[in-house]
Design a protein. Sequence first.
Length: 82
Amino acid sequence: MGKRTQERDKELSSLEVMSVRELAEYLRISVHTVYRLAEQGRLPGRKVGKHWRFHRDAIVAWLATHREEDALYSVASGGSFE
């Protein structure tokens, strides 16, 4: 694959938009949980008409932030980073 093709594929993948069902599969959680978290404003997404849409890059950033928060919560609760 050429350099231009790789760059274009990288740009497209970072702009990829997921539906509720696709995000549920990606996160390995139920569709119901995605709807609940989105309605509560706990997932980075937007409602387009009646449908929720999520940008993959925003979800990846959200996951990274929440992994750090989960680790800090675990340590504060007497756990460890291991």
